[in-house]
Ligand binder design. Structure first.
Ligand SMILES: C[S@@+](CC[C@H](N)C(=O)[O-])C[C@H]1O[C@@H](n2cnc3c(N)ncnc32)[C@H](O)[C@@H]1O
Ligand code: SF4
Length: 386
């Protein structure tokens, strides 16, 4: 069965933040004097560009990510959503998510974002411990985080929040207490990320100088298992490596990525994957915000030249995305989507080895990773293909 080419998800990247967190290597820049009117016009232009190319689609999800998209003006969010409705049909249960930081300035805008059409908010809470929020360089405290959750609950039908664990000096029992407290604030969805020390961040330098330690692989695995146990008991099991939800509360937008369905990305550094005239294309916008803005104004979009993804690369990308999901992938679907046979692409000895190790579940029709396998996701995929 071919994927339904009519469905489309739209990602907007807002690359600006009030300040840059020392652990973050996302395309996010501390910048105060953003010209909102210029940006609004450029995003609208880029949207029109895609609308002309991808006619007749049904938009199932819109995601405003960043950076800190809660710094956008609600009027701009409203204008983009209204343009989307003019360009395409939208599904009756469309998910429209906006990432927000829990500072007071942003909380005050939640109602306006809801009135603009946002129906789901994703809050960057990160921790329920003040000293750890300070260490992470966050601009909010625990009281602010709780207030943000309360207002999100009043304004939106659905909200999610992110936490970062495996922080320096955090013991397993500290995390257990904090995560159980966090669960009491959840409404169907949470994203839980283990702290990673990324090159080119201030944390990388500080970590290399020995200023702090983070869990090694063995300790990290203990954190991961504890997290899974608590979330399963709490009714929000993982549906993806770092994403947890009750049934039916999965993020529709993220599922589009993991099911390797079509999405476009607009804004500095945003990526897209979509089908056009029978080919799957990869798009990537210029990552420097000023260049992106100039290009979008001049050419009507800020993308580098699109690349055609070969069926073999589609197979690899589909596998990489789909194995992130607890449910894994349907092999007949993977084969029909990519016109490549599973048996030809996967090394049979390596597949058997991963099954024996207890990392992979495989029944000929479906392949998925076990909990132990998900811990080794990045090693297992090249091994299976090798
Ligand atoms: C791109 S950020 C945007 C969200 C929003 N700007 C914020 O910070 O709250 C998405 C999430 O990635 C996670 N994240 C970013 N850098 C990370 C790192 N080095 N290690 C673990 N999680 C990270 C954080 O939980 C963050 O909320
Ligand atoms: S973690 Fe969020 S707020 Fe902090 S710099 Fe990255 S995108 Fe900006």
């Amino acid at each position: 069965m071919r994927p339904d080419p009519k469905k489309l998800a739209i990602y907007f990247h807002w690359p600006f933040c009030l300040s840059k967190c020392p652990y973050c290597d996302f395309n996010a820049h501390a910048f105060e004097n953003v010209d909102h009117d210029r940006h609004r016009a450029a995003y609208q232009k880029a949207l029109t560009f895609y609308a002309e190319k991808l006619k007749g689609r049904e938009v199932v999800s819109v995601f405003f990510g960043g950076g800190t998209p809660s710094l956008m003006k609600p009027e701009m969010v409203g204008a983009l959503l209204s343009d989307i409705k003019k360009h395409w049909s939208v599904s009756s249960d469309i998910e429209i998510t906006l990432e927000a930081n829990p500072t007071s300035v942003e909380i005050e805008k939640f109602k306006a974002f809801r009135d603009a059409g946002v129906n789901r908010i994703s809050l960057g809470i990160q921790s329920f411990i003040d000293k750890d929020l300070k260490f992470l360089g966050r601009a909010h405290d625990v009281a602010g985080a709780k207030k943000a959750i309360e207002i999100a609950d009043q304004c939106f039908e659905r909200y999610s929040f992110d936490l970062i664990y495996g922080r320096p000096d955090q013991s397993l029992s500290d995390w257990e207490v904090e995560l159980k407290e966090a669960l009491a604030f959840a409404k169907g969805h949470m994203s839980l990320y283990q702290l990673t020390i990324e090159r080119s961040t201030p944390f990388y330098m500080r970590h290399s100088r020995g200023e702090f330690k983070v869990p090694d692989d063995v300790e990290g695995a203990d954190f991961y298992h504890l997290t899974q146990d608590i979330m399963e008991e709490g009714g929000l099991p993982a549906y993806e490596v770092s994403n947890h939800s009750s049934q039916g509360q999965e993020s529709c937008h993220n599922l589009v990525y993991w099911h390797y369905e079509d999405y476009i990305g607009i804004g500095a550094g945003a990526h897209g994957r979509f089908t056009l005239e029978g080919q799957k294309l990869a798009a990537r916008d210029h990552s420097a915000p000023d260049i992106w803005l100039e290009r979008a104004e001049e050419k009507g979009h800020g993308a580098h030249e699109w690349e055609v993804i070969s069926p073999e690369d589609q197979f690899t990308e589909s596998l990489m995305m789909g194995l992130r999901l607890k449910e894994g992938l349907s092999i007949p679907k993977l084969e029909s989507k990519t016109s490549h046979s599973f048996k030809d692409q996967i090394n049979p000895d390596h597949l058997q080895n991963t099954i024996k190790e207890g990392w992979v579940n495989y029944n000929g029709q479906n392949i998925s990773l076990t909990r132990e396998g998900l811990l080794r996701l990045n090693q297992i995929i090249p091994y299976l293909l090798g």
